[in-house]
Ligand binder design. Structure first.
Ligand code: PLP
Length: 385
């Protein structure tokens, strides 16, 4: 299998698995208990917190809390801001956010708040002039904009966004689930108030997430109960997951990105097939993400042929592949439904090799040619349903 779907999830790195296994085997004490073995577990949790804090440049370790996933972190931030600042009912998001942000924005609206979806430019980057206009309403409590897009890899101008939002007293949350570990993300350089991250995108297992909350802002827990995580997220800690996230953070610190693989892949595709579009801002794109449309070819058919060739990639984000609706991200960028219907996303990781890239590129080139011949022999492009 050639796995080129690392924005959907990643394999657990061997070093991460080694780090977490003791916490599933012998070190199973509840970190809240007082005996020695529990104190050892508690200390492992705090080490992991330090590792994550270092990865994102948090000034203080206690600004990092652990959650069950990126989705929980996002929901927790939105719910907290909505309840603590009722006199600031405005929420700004963009049209290219992940469904975790979009759906939680619906909750914001249901609770009587106002949601404004700011447009993105054809490059996929937020339209800063539109953002400025939206912020002028004066009632915006939170700007929630992703650091990097899961489908196109487009990186947001977070520094400018933070400056503009803070200038009018709005808080900023960034869904950095796809950015952390792939590009430099530093919350002191770019002083967001909240930042969400997720373990399974950076070679930790599924079921562990992180949330940065600046010590300068108030936070109200989404889950209440035993008061774990400094009273910010109750529930007995997923210790093995937390240790894994710490180990994954350490791994991510040894260098970012694998642009060479992505560039090699795109060069081969562009040199061998005509009518290919690479979506997203070319300068500001995650180094591991390639979002392409093979014009006139249905992505669903390509997915089947690539799967047969042992290549895993996706059409849009993972949660969309079951329904294969054209990507809302490309739609927001102004891409036509027809062009969006031929979009595939390839996302690489540190565990891919040059051979993986070459084999996958070859499989894609053959598949596109095959389907284009079939299309020519039939009535034209296969319609996207
Ligand atoms: N935000 C983005 C940009 C994502 O890509 C994902 C996962 O695909 C999430 C949020 C949700 O993260 P999790 O799967 O940890 O809930």
């Amino acid at each position: 299998m050639i796995y080129l779907d690392s924005n959907a999830t990643t394999q657990v790195a061997p070093v991460v698995l080694d780090a977490m296994l003791p916490y599933l085997r012998e070190c199973y004490a509840n970190p809240s208990a007082s005996y020695r073995s529990a104190r050892k577990v508690k200390s492992a949790v705090e080490t992991a917190r330090q590792q994550v804090a270092t990865l994102i440049g948090a000034e203080r370790t206690e600004e990092v809390m652990f959650t069950s996933c990126g989705t929980e972190s996002i929901n927790a931030v939105h719910a907290s801001v909505r309840s603590l600042w009722p006199d600031r009912p405005g929420l700004i998001i963009t049209g290219t956010e992940h469904s975790a942000v979009i759906e939680s924005a619906k909750r914001w609206r249901e609770s009587g708040g106002r949601v404004e979806v700011v447009p993105v430019c054809p490059s996929g980057r937020v339209d800063l002039a539109a953002l400025e206009k939206a912020l002028a309403s004066g009632d915006v409590g939170l700007v929630s904009i992703m650091w990097a897009n899961n489908e196109t890899g487009v990186i947001a101008p977070m520094r400018e966004i933070v400056q503009m939002a803070h200038a009018v007293g709005a808080l900023v949350h960034s869904d950095a689930v796809q950015a952390v570990g792939k590009i430099a993300v530093n919350v002191q350089d770019v002083p967001v108030d909240f930042l969400s991250l997720s373990g399974h995108k950076i070679h930790a297992p599924k079921g562990i997430g992180g949330l940065y909350v600046s010590r300068k802002v108030r936070f109200r827990a989404l889950l209440v109960g035993g008061g774990q995580e400094m009273n910010r997220r109750s529930g007995t800690e997923n210790v093995a997951g937390i240790v894994a996230l710490g180990a994954a953070a350490l791994l991510a610190m040894d260098g970012h990105g694998n642009r060479k693989l992505r560039d090699r892949f795109e060069e081969q595709i562009l040199a061998s097939i005509k009518d290919v579009r690479v979506w997203g801002d070319q300068e500001n794109r995650l180094p591991n993400t390639s979002c392409l449309s093979l014009l006139g070819v249905d992505a669903a058919g390509l997915l089947i042929l690539l799967d047969k060739a042992g290549v895993c990639c996706s059409a849009g984000s993972a949660c969309h592949t079951a329904s294969l609706h054209p990507s809302h991200v490309l739609e927001a960028m102004g891409v036509s439904v027809v062009d969006a219907a031929s979009m595939l996303r390839f996302s690489f990781s540190r565990f891919n090799s040059i051979e993986d890239v070459d084999t996958a590129a070859d499989a894609l080139i053959r598949s596109v040619k095959k389907l284009r011949v079939l299309n020519d022999e039939s009535a034209g492009p296969v319609a996207f349903s």
